[in-house]
Design a protein around this ligand. Sequence first.
Ligand code: CLR
Length: 402
Amino acid sequence: STPQENGVWERRKTLPAPMISRCDYSVWGILKKCIGMELSKITMPIVFNEPLSFLQRMSEYMEHTHLIHKACTLSDSIDRMQVVAAFAVSSVASQWDRTGKPFNPLLGETYELTREDEGYRLISEQVSHHPPISAFHAQSLKQEFEFHGSIYPKLKFWGKSVEAEPKGTMTLELLKHKEAFTWTNPLCCVHNIIMGKLWIEQYGTVEIVNHNTGDSKKKRRVLYGKWTECMYSVAPKVYEANKKKKTEKGDAKKNKPEQSAGEQETEDMPGGQETVSVITGSALLWRITPRPAHSEEMYNFTSFTMTLNELEPGMERLLAPTDCRLRPDIRAMENGDLDTASVEKDRLEEKQRAARKECSKDEEEWSTRWFRLGTNPHTGAQDWLYTGGYFDRNYTDCPNIY
Ligand code: CLR
């Protein structure tokens, strides 16, 4: 089914079908009934979805893994720290303009992402249903790094917007440097849910801690840029001097243009076309890969995202039966068949409810398969840790969730 060039299989560059327009639906009409609800409890018409599970969307943190490889090659710990910071920012860059709702993972659902060309593999599992918690663990194929964490997306409705707080710690270990970094992801806000164009903002403080050097509060470098675009590093002195120069210039032309009457009363997206002004002497840490031309008809996916739900030749035989590539509802939506997608989604959710009832009748507790609740050795806090063994590919005791 996949195009082959010179007999060599290539990853797909697009989805099998374009997305169906959401113009005929009002988000607010549905969301106003959901105020205060848990993400996993919100049911919206499938047209607001994107054909991915939340486990796959979380795997997008890996799009710029080359930055981790880069960090591994650097001998100075400050140099490593700034590339790690660029990685942390780049890991949410694919969220820009992505206003589709991913499918809620079923309890026990898994997603594996093996990228030999990029030198890593990842396994994730839905470890809790209420609250919804997704855990992931990525490792380099050459024992250079481990990157793991869990996300509980805590939603808040603020009237005109929805705010998602991704609760959970990210841990990145650079094995050869015996170095561990941790951080939590920024908040994510979806604006204009009542009227206007939906848009996504990420904000808040992301504090990256190097647990080995316990680096002091001394300002070593200034990093600047945009999460949707690029990130630069510059010496603090150069940065300060540049800021001073700028404010002096700026004071001269302070008059802002007046707002024109009759302007749409929705929250505006900040500077659509504006780009980062680069300070002389800066080093580029990261620049985003442009989205493909057809991205808009494809849920605003990046090229990396387009490939996440692809069934590679021969993969069906290898995958765990719980892998979300095997979810019939997501597959149907990807193929543009919304009716089947909707029927299948209801069936899977009903099956999950029935299984839970059966479980509680026998007074059984759900047990996770690939992760267990333990203590993160770097933070000392409770965390979901990978128990190993997924890639031994013995899936005999995996639950039947589809
Ligand atoms: C953003 C990156 C974070 C982890 C994370 C948590 C919650 C996610 C959010 C990400 C992206 C946007 C998101 C949100 C939950 C609901 C929301 C998927 C992945 C969607 C866009 C809400 C759609 C509802 C309508 C208004 C259509 O590190």
